[in-house]
Design a protein around this ligand. Structure first.
Ligand SMILES: Nc1ncnc2c1ncn2[C@@H]1O[C@H](COP(=O)(O)OP(=O)(O)OP(=O)(O)O)[C@@H](O)[C@H]1O
Ligand SMILES: [Mg+2]
Length: 258
């Protein structure tokens, strides 16, 4: 199977000469075409930092990222030219990534203009269609981000990312801070996208969501992968105590063998 996105020896160190945080330590990760992988781990374990490196937003201290075998960094630019469309990211904090003064339909239309060969009215129509697919009707699409719920904003971010028709979607906590019904809507949306061939990297605290959507799970602790495996294996027969603890914290999950 083709490897779409691959990180090799990815390391990210934050801080200065006095205090250093090794957020990501020499990690190898590969996403195959049509695959959905989950990245799980406690808060601060480095999930978002790794996701940002794979999306070309964070420069790694060392290591490399390849999109279909091509290094994503060409000089100081990541994902140059046509490569940009291929990999899109939905951020952990969609509020922070939306312009507070721009109506959400315009925010999505702007992305449509950037990624597709569409002009004003046509781009707006494509944006409205995309938002509708995400369950955001026109009367909400014309609102400012602050007038939407957290779940709606998260779906606006997904719509904006999808406007590029990406091959890979990197979603950082897409279901956090939203209620059960918004969550199940987003889940069925993701299932549809995955069935349509999208490859996905899903970062989530919600192990129920990870179990439902992914094929393979990477378990992260203090910047390192401590365990990786097929989703069924990770949930049914986790090898590491750290993973067992993460899984046993799922509400309603049966007690694991001791
Ligand atoms: N820009 C930054 N500058 C300095 N330290 C940072 C920066 N971004 C992240 N860190 C540190 O790197 C480590 C990993 O952070 P990261 O955000 O990747 O964790 P996470 O697994 O996504 O956590 P959460 O589950 O809470 O979102 C943490 O110790 C964090 O404080
Ligand atoms: Mg995070």
């Amino acid at each position: 199977m083709t490897i779409r996105l691959e990180g090799k020896g990815v390391t990210v160190t934050f801080g200065d000469m006095f205090r250093k945080v090794e957020a990501v330590k020499n990690i190898d990760v590969a996403l195959h075409a049509g695959q959905t992988i989950g990245i799980v781990g406690e808060s601060g374990s480095g999930k978002s930092t790794l996701a940002r490196v794979l999306a070309g937003i964070q420069v790694p201290t060392s290591g490399e990222v390849f999109y279909e075998g091509t290094n994503i960094w060409q000089g100081k630019v990541s994902y140059p030219g046509e490569m940009r469309k291929k990999v899109q990211m939905v951020f952990q904090d969609p509020y922070g990534s939306l312009n507070p003064r721009m109506r959400v339909v315009n925010a999505v239309a702007e992305a449509v203009k950037f990624h597709q060969n569409a002009d004003g009215e046509q781009a707006r129509q494509i944006a409205l269609d995309l938002l509708e697919r995400m369950g955001i009707a026109k009367n909400d699409a014309i609102k400012l981000p602050r007038a939407l719920s957290g779940g709606q904003r998260q779906r606006v971010s997904v719509a904006r990312a999808l406007s590029a028709n990406p091959e890979v979607l990197i979603a950082d906590e897409p279901t956090s801070a939203i209620d059960q019904s918004a969550q199940s809507q987003l889940l069925s949306l993701f299932s549809e996208l995955i069935a349509g061939g999208l490859s996905v990297i899903l970062v989530s605290h919600d192990l129920g969501v990870i179990r439902y959507l992914t094929d393979r799970v990477y378990v992260m602790e203090s910047g390192d992968f401590v365990e990786a495996g097929d989703t069924a294996q990770i949930f049914e027969d986790p090898q590491m105590e750290y993973t067992q603890k993460l899984i046993s914290s799922i509400p309603g999950h049966k007690k694991l063998k001791s």
